[in-house]
Design a protein. Structure first.
Length: 285
């Protein structure tokens, strides 16, 4: 019989930047299954710091989809009003800014004013153009990047009582922690939220494996030993007919579209279960 790490709390963390799709449902199902295996409670966290793409209809879609599919959660907002009044990430900006200030005082960040074309190398990495320019962190239009020169080994605890040691991949070197719009970047806000809510089991798609490494690196700089003890599970993605990752849209894989076509929750679950769910919950990174 397989042994699993015990956990107290996990989370589902959709972003209100589009309508939820079948890939989101698969991730929710896996989170629910692993929560049941470990005895963990589920938190609903809505990652809404991408203010340019945030739309009220996408926030409402999160609650509509979760309720329609009867996806359970024990903590977090039950409706849009509770989300806006208490759980939006804007209510935690002080926590994010405190972490950013800690990184600034420690000399761990540098300002970058590169455009998109300037900041991407041939392999998708940032070549360090602004690393040694010593630009003031208050430079208008600058983002903050993390100094990642030390190539620290990171220990990742996996779901099935195994661990792996890895280093940051090239394309995650000098990753952004504060965006040009002044808001904290995903890697920092997600880490702070997981610490704030006491998350110790994180379920993610394989595409977010680099983010896990970035956040573990960031946690080591901020002294967040609890996060370094977190258990991670990364599952394969649901892809389209071309093998591409599903994107959020009003297209044929969105739950909203499927509901408009008359599909029931059971029908949608059957679509998701057409993949082998067992391979998504065992033996992966």
């Amino acid at each position: 019989m397989k042994q699993y790490r015990t956990s107290s709390k996990t989370r589902i963390a959709p972003t209100p930047s589009g309508f939820l799709h079948l890939g989101n449902v698969l991730s929710f199902m896996i989170t629910k299954a692993l929560a049941e295996k470990t005895g963990a409670k589920i938190l609903l966290r809505i990652d809404d710091l991408d203010r340019e793409r945030l739309e009220p209809r996408y926030v409402q879609d999160i609650f509509d989809t979760l309720n329609f599919l009867e996806i359970p959660w024990q903590e977090g907002p039950r409706n849009v009003q509770e989300y806006e009044q208490k759980y939006s990430q804007v209510h935690r900006l002080d926590l994010y800014n405190k972490a950013l200030d800690q990184l600034r005082v420690g000399g761990h960040v540098f300002a970058c004013t590169c455009t998109r074309s300037q900041r991407i190398g041939s392999d998708g990495s940032y070549p360090g153009n602004c690393l040694n320019k010593n630009l003031p962190l208050e430079t208008p239009g600058a983002c903050w990047r993390l100094r990642t020169d030390d190539h620290t080994e990171l220990l990742v605890n996996r779901f099935e009582y195994t661990s792996i040691k890895v280093t940051l991949p090239n394309h995650m070197q000098y990753f952004v922690v504060k965006k040009k719009d002044g808001y904290p970047a995903y890697q920092l806000s997600s880490l702070i939220d997981d610490m704030y809510f006491g998350i110790d089991l994180i379920v993610r798609g394989q595409d977010l494996w680099p983010s896990t490494l970035a956040q573990l690196h960031l946690a080591s700089l901020l002294g967040f030993t609890e996060f370094q003890n977190t258990t991670f599970h990364h599952h394969p993605l649901v892809t389209d007919e071309n093998g591409e990752k599903l994107s959020k849209s009003g297209g044929a894989t969105s739950i909203q579209y499927l509901r408009m076509q008359g599909l029931s929750a059971e029908n949608i679950y059957k679509l998701v279960r057409s993949v082998d769910l067992e391979q998504f919950t065992t033996g992966l990174i």
